[in-house]
Each structure stands twice: as C-alpha cells, then as structure tokens.
Ligand binder design. Structure first.
Ligand SMILES: *Cc1c(COP(=O)(O)O)cnc(C)c1O
Length: 380
C-alpha cells in the first residue's frame, strides 16, 4: 500500500521546460531569470520590490540586519514556529524573546506583547503560522505605540490574504519574507524572497545577498566599459540561481490553481471532520483568507500516548501525519536560554495538534481515505 504523503510539490512539464531553457541559455547563477521571478512575484503580491535569496532563513537574516538588529538587542516573536524564525535572530547576535500564541489562531497573542517589550527590544517578528495571517492590525498598533519596526515571516503565507490584501504587499510592515522550500505553497527546491516598498533597502538587500558587492554579475556582464566592483560592507552569499528562479516562475504560473485546490480540499475536510467529536477544527476568521498550506486538527482529551497511537494507526492505514508545529524553546539548541514568559499554549498546540495530508494534486479518493481513517481511529 502506498502512503499518502503529508505534502507534495506540484511539478511538471512547465518546470522542466523552463529549467531546460535556462540551462541552454548558458546563464545558470543569479541573472535574468532571478530578476524575472522577482518582478513576477512582486506583481503577484503587490509589493514594489522582491529580492530573491537562497532561503527564507536568509531572507529573515537580511531583513533583521536591515532593521539594525545586532548584538545585545531583543526581537519579539512566537516560539511556535519552525526553528529558522528564532535562529535568524541569533544569527544577528540578538536574543529571541518568545511570546505565547493565541490557541485559537496559533499566532502570537497581541495582548501578551506589551509585557515582553524592554529597553533592548529592537523589532517584532510577526509569523503567519501555517499560512494563517497573524493579527497584523493589533500588532502593528502595539509596535507603533512603542516605536518598534515589524517584519513578517511569511514563509508559509504566499497566497493568503489579510483585510483583502495579499500577504507580501507590505501594507502593515516594511519587510515580508517568503520561502520556496518544498513544504511551502510554491517551491524552487530551496529559496526565499524579501518583499519591500523601500527603494534604499532594496538596493542594500541586493548588496547584502551578494558579498556586499557594489555591482552584480549581470550588470558587469552587460557593461560596455570595464567595471571594477567594490565591497561596501560585510555581505553574504545568499544568491538564488537562475535554475531555481526558472522553477519558481513556472510554479508561480500554478499559484492561483494551487490555492483554489487547497481551499476546496480544506472546505471538504471542514465539512467531514466536523462530525468527529474528538477533533477540534480551526475556522478561518472573517478578516483573512487562508492558503491552507497545512491542514491541522486539535485532539480533544488527548494524552501524548493516545496521540502517538493515533498517528501510528493512521500510518498503518497508509496516511502520513505529523505532530503540531514545533516550539523552538524546547529544542536542545535553545536549552541554555530559559524563556522569560509562560508558553503553555504554544506547547499544547505542539503536543495536541496533528497535521494531516493536503496538497494540490490530492485526489478525492485520497482525501476520502484520510477522512475514513480518522473517523475509524479517532473514536477508539
Ligand atoms: C519553512 C519556514 C521557514 C524557513 O524557510 P526556509 O526557506 O526553509 O529557510 C521559516 N519560518 C517559517 C514559519 C517556516 O515555516
């Protein structure tokens, strides 16, 4: 029996054709395809600039640097996220200060932010967990009140909307970071992008991703006169390649269809799983539209052992699941730093949620198999 995977990128002939064309062109590192991908994504989400980088982790690192985050500073964020969110803060020599989530949304609880702000706070990182927009309005009001900048970890949130605007349009924060890892909405293998409306930051981000160089390879290649580059500040090698960007462009062509299909699958799960008493579902709030990057359910009255047994039974029935989103502060890499604030909701969300399969090519039969297995196994 074949296992229904948790997630699967949708890749096909369009990707193969564009990648092949790019290889034939002879230009395979950051060049014209990257520029094309940046422009296309910026247009899609309504941002002025997109700066492609090698991952969302790199995007977050550069966005924090742009905001001046450095040693001794603190950045406020949710611990209930992939570890990269907090790691990017530590790359700057700064301290992640974790604020608990609202269990109803899985995103940072705005009401708990003020007590976490200190004289050292330099920025607030808003994470749109599993693609569900955080309460940007409330958080940006708090940030403004304290004179703090926001940045968005929108790794999972491409295609989601908040107050009628696409995530990435920079309506509430000046820097929004996307991921193109295969677990996200569209994929370039690995890759990320920073969206900003700020022209100066656009220039600086382009420099930082390429060793701090004053001119990029494409400009130098096209120049009619000899160009000597300078290295204006300490930069990184965070480039995306043209091969990856070709993949990204083809993926972007599928974006609307992917979101539409995920919404249909989620609506079907909502309908079918609502009948299972011991499952608690999440409802899309009126002010947002979710891209359904992940479908997760909360187990009522569960213990660690009933959860593990359920996940094993589902695996035996050919269905892959995962435990809830991780909590960074519980990992060994964070063991030397005890959190300042209680994080009970984040921990419970990790322990008593399970992620079930959802991906654009999922068939009705596959989804029925998941629904049937949950009906059978959850009641036991
Ligand atoms: C996946 C993810 C990241 C990291 O993205 P990469 O592109 O793999 O570096 C960061 N934050 C969140 C919330 C994520 O889900």
């Amino acid at each position: 029996m074949q296992t229904i995977p948790l997630a699967k990128p949708e890749l096909g002939e369009a990707e193969i054709a564009l990648v092949t064309e790019t290889i034939h062109s002879g230009w395979i590192t950051q060049g014209p395809r990257v520029a094309e991908f940046e422009n296309a994504l910026a247009r899609t989400v309504g941002a002025r600039h997109g700066i492609a980088v090698s991952s969302c982790t790199a995007a977050l690192h550069l966005a924090l640097k742009i905001l001046g985050v450095g040693p001794g500073d603190e950045v406020i964020l949710s611990p209930h996220s992939f570890i990269a969110s907090a790691n990017a803060v530590r790359y700057c020599g700064a301290k992640p200060v974790f604020v608990d989530i609202d269990p109803a949304t899985l995103n940072m609880a705005p009401g708990k932010i003020p007590e976490a702000i200190t004289a050292r706070t330099r920025a607030i990182m808003v994470i749109h967990q599993v693609g569900r927009p955080a309460d940007l309005e409330a958080i940006s009001a708090i940030a403004k009140g304290h004179g703090l900048p926001l940045l968005e970890d929108a790794a999972c949130a491409l295609g989601s909307e908040y107050h009628g605007q696409p995530i990435g349009s920079n309506g509430f924060s000046p820097l929004v970071c996307f991921s193109f890892h295969p677990r996200k909405i569209i994929s370039t293998g690995d890759g990320g992008m920073v969206m900003t409306n700020n022209d100066e930051w656009n220039t600086r981000l382009r420099r930082l991703r390429q060793h701090g160089m004053s001119v990029n390879d494409r400009e130098r290649h096209q120049a009619a006169t000899v160009v000597t580059e300078e290295y204006l500040e300490l930069g990184y090698n965070y480039r995306l390649t043209d091969i990856q960007a070709a993949l990204g462009l083809a993926q972007l062509g599928r974006l609307a269809g992917i979101i539409q299909r995920r919404r249909a699958l989620a609506a079907h799960y909502d309908l079918e799983l609502a009948r299972i008493q011991k499952l608690e579902l999440f409802r899309e709030p009126g002010d947002s539209r979710w891209n359904h990057q992940t479908y997760l359910v909360r187990l009522r009255e569960a213990t660690a052992s009933t959860r593990d047994r359920l996940m094993q039974q589902l695996l035996d029935a050919g269905i892959a699941t995962r435990r809830g989103i991780m909590c960074s502060h519980r990992e060994a890499a964070y063991a030397d730093r005890s959190p300042r604030h209680a994080l009970a909701h984040s921990e419970a969300a990790q322990d008593y949620a399970i992620l079930v399969p959802i991906y654009a090519q999922m068939t009705e039969a596959e989804q029925d198999q998941v629904v049937q297995a949950l009906r059978r196994e959850v009641v036991r």
